[in-house]
Design a protein around this ligand. Sequence first.
Ligand code: ASP
Length: 229
Amino acid sequence: ALNAIEKGLNITESDASNSSVGLGGIPDENGLVTLDACIMDHEYNCGSVSFLQNIEHPISVARKVMENTPHVMLSGKGAYDFAIKNGFQHTNLLSTESYQKWLEWKAESEKKLPKINHENHDTIAMITIDESGHIAAGCTTSGWAYKLHGRVGDSPIIGAGIYVDPDVGAACATGMGEAVIRICGTHAVVEQMRNGLSPDEACQVVIERVKKSNKDLKDLQVGFIAMNI
Ligand code: ASP
């Protein structure tokens, strides 16, 4: 299950035509592509990287954090140094297209942050279950386009971007990370399943919580996927 998460997410991380993940990701306000990712297995092991730059496969680095260190989360330069030490290559992730778009955005007088919605955003999150009943989840993103330098979203946060409980199931989130973090979104979905709700019902309950906890719903999109075991 864990290998499927890593290898599956690696495909999108290398796909320059997806401008919300890894290579070709839309940069932050300073024109830098900064990445968030995390992974969790069926034994409460988890690993995460946030604010990582110049590494094509943040989900694989997150897995190394999980498997090779006593920590859960590495961030920024520390995550980059760890990746290089573990054999990952320094890679320029800013595609010509994303750079051009960023230049156009930079030249605008208003410099509005684009909405995070299904028309212009495509973070990938994944849940897998294998023959032995092991469940795993992962998530990888370049985050909110033109975000403030240093912004970290929900995607590298265990309990927000993803959560796995081997006795219950797993959930992943996408959309406006700030709204997911505020309610510990995926942990909330898993807890609803623990209380007997189906994955569908659990997601609906937590979406209602998102609606209740945000005053302005106009440009807000949040989505969950969930699987029980
Ligand atoms: N959740 C991601 C973030 O806020 C974005 C997304 O899912 O598209 O960084």
